[in-house]
Design a protein around this ligand. Structure first.
Ligand code: IVH
Length: 591
């Protein structure tokens, strides 16, 4: 990523996350899942660390917690309401545990469920509830006391001796209450259905108008005590905190566990990963807290998080997205591959918009319909896969996706061979676009300025009809085109010229012979050394090469027996492309 890309990416992430924050903490419902949000935020933190000069004043990495909603009075938190450091990995968790145990081997822990709701501070004066407030920016939140009526188990009085005490906890919505609320909305047909429990809690607590009140039944569980008059100096541990809350008759989630060892912690995490769907309220992870308060207080806080606790969050099983359409791409060899385009989602930190559907069987297996909510997962880390459909969101009237009968580019009738569909037309525009895209890709000749969109455009205006045409492009032609300016035209020509000096194996890879990946291309170039030897290659020599089997060997010999391919190679030679490993040794090739 160069400087300009980093700057643009920081701006894009900042805007996106800020937009999500407004929606997440307002009543509209979030645009991204928690996991997607966290991944984007992580990406932004990393970029801001590397390029601090581009960090924006309104960066969401500087904002703690939720935003304040206009229209509420503000309440200042004498002790800030921080948030927890989050992780999705056991490695990070181990690092956290190693750090906290560095100077103390007598630590024990408490694992609690990470309740998926909205945190509040409830202030009791002489045991009577006076105010409830949201976290806000951590220092100042909204006074949402009027909305206490929605929290059905919120005690108006607690049995405690302190004159001024704050209980902190999470307001959640039990699944049963959520379903009842939606049932009631359906019956009355008053508004759109609620999207999920968490957003409903947020929307309900942050509403200024009293509406739908009968349908909103929320629950609070407390997990922290802040005593302004130091009445509870005998509370020494997090277990004491929870027991004291219980004695106050303040609701707590009793599913916490006192943990002496790492194994205790890991088995609690693993247990609830499986069990979480059987709970009657939503959780999104586990909070691991140092039990001994003196020690966790001594560790203190970073600007946003306490050092003595961490949230281990569960990855979603699959991320939902809305199917936009299915396009039927024609590959270099004519194979038709259906590709699903869906609304962008973040999977493990990368933005994903497309997933291959492989073949007709896959479309039938999923029973895909237009507008379906698809569930997307990273398979084998790289290629995203649609693992299923959220049937509850399906509109049964929507049209079924059918495999095409003719090529969308050249209208040739599709043929079927061994369960695969092909466009038989060698001059098909789709095939041309794919072979050029492959030829210029990073692993091949690496001509960055000519991306897929530019190729589509240049093929459309007939400036590119085959791979050789890349080397016929002139600055004066490009600079006049709508997609180019002086700089980009210059850069494109420069990159095209540089591509001529790429190592030989990159050219072999770029030819796009079926089964010849980057490693095989390297092995071939080392064996045959130059294009003349390779043109005359025999199957028996090829199969001697590591990773080349009969099938690939046959593809290679057939490739070099094809007249069109020989002409392509001869033309590329005339344009000066490197076709000899001898030249690879020049310094310029050391990549
Ligand atoms: S302890 C420093 N315990 O998760 C904040 N938080 O960022 C200490 N949450 O803001 C919070 N369940 O809204 C704690 N058992 C639990 C929790 C919990 C949910 C929320 C809370 C907090 C956020 C983490």
């Amino acid at each position: 990523m160069d400087d300009n890309d980093a700057k643009a990416e920081i701006k894009r992430l900042t805007d996106k996350l800020n937009e999500c924050n407004v929606r997440y903490f307002g009543s509209e419902g979030s645009l991204l899942s928690d996991y997607e949000y966290d991944c984007l935020l992580d990406e932004l933190v990393k970029l801001e660390e590397k390029y601090p000069q581009y960090k924006l004043d309104n960066s969401p990495t500087e904002v703690l917690g939720d935003i304040n909603i206009k229209g509420f009075n503000k309440i200042t938190h004498k002790i800030p309401m921080l948030s927890l450091k989050k992780t999705y990995s056991f490695d990070d968790l181990n690092t956290f545990l190693n750090n906290v145990e560095k100077n103390n081997d007598n630590i024990t822990y408490v694992c609690e469920l990470k309740l998926d709701g909205i945190s509040i501070d409830a202030n009791y004066i002489d045991g009577t509830l006076k105010t409830i407030s949201t976290r806000g920016d951590g220092n100042q939140g909204d006074d949402i006391t009027t909305n206490k009526i929605y929290i059905k188990n919120l005690p108006l009085h607690i049995d405690c001796k302190s004159k001024n005490i704050h209980l902190r906890g999470e307001v959640i919505m039990k699944f049963e209450d959520f379903n009842n609320a939606n049932k009631s909305i359906k019956d009355k047909n008053t508004r759109e259905l609620l999207s999920n429990p968490r957003n409903t809690v947020s929307g309900t607590l942050k509403t200024l108008k009293k509406k739908d009140s009968d349908e909103r039944s929320l629950t609070v569980f407390f997990y922290n005590i802040i005593c302004e008059d130091n009445q509870y100096t005998d509370i020494k541990t997090q277990v004491d905190v929870l027991n004291t809350l219980d004695r106050f008759n303040a609701p707590i989630c009793k599913l916490f566990k006192y943990c002496k060892t790492r194994n205790d912690i890991f088995s609690y995490i693993n247990y609830y990963e499986k069990e979480k769907d059987n709970l009657d309220f939503p959780i999104d992870g586990i909070v691991i807290k140092i039990n001994e308060l003196e020690y966790s207080n001594k560790l203190g806080n970073t600007s946003k998080n306490p050092r003595g606790a961490i949230a281990f969050k569960y990855k979603p099983n699959a991320t939902p997205s809305k199917l936009i359409n299915v396009e039927f791409n024609v590959g270099r060899t004519g194979i038709i591959t259906p590709v699903a385009n869906f609304e962008p989602i973040n999977l493990n930190g990368t933005i994903v918009r497309r997933a291959t559907l492989h073949n007709e069987n896959e479309i039938n297996r999923l029973g895909l319909r237009e507008g379906d909510t698809v569930l997307v997962k990273k398979s084998g880390e790289i290629i995203p896969k649609i693992i299923g459909i959220d049937i509850t969101k399906r509109n049964i009237d929507n049209k079924k996706i059918e495999f095409i009968k003719e090529c969308q580019f050249c209208k040739s009738t599709i043929i079927k061979k061994n369960d695969l569909y092909y466009c038989p037309n060698k001059e098909c525009k789709g095939r041309i676009i794919e072979s050029i895209t492959h030829f210029v890709s990073k692993k091949a000749l690496d001509i960055k300025s000519i991306g897929r969109k530019v190729i589509n455009f240049l093929v459309d205006i007939k400036l590119l009809n085959n791979i050789t045409d890349i080397y016929k492009l002139k600055y004066r032609d490009l600079v006049r085109l709508p997609r180019f300016n002086v700089l980009s035209a210059q850069k494109t020509i420069e990159e095209i010229n540089n591509s001529k000096k790429q190592p030989f194996y990159k050219l072999i890879y770029g030819l796009g012979i079926e089964g010849v990946g980057e490693v095989v291309a390297k092995n071939i170039s080392e064996t045959f050394k130059n294009i003349e030897n390779l043109k005359n290659c025999k199957i028996e020599n090829l199969v001697e090469i590591p990773l080349v089997g009969q099938e690939v060997a046959k593809n290679i010999t057939e490739y070099f027996q094809n007249e069109g391919n020989i002409k392509l190679i001869d033309d590329l030679k005339i344009f000066g492309l490197n076709m000899n490993t001898e030249n690879d040794k020049a310094k310029i090739f050391l990549t």
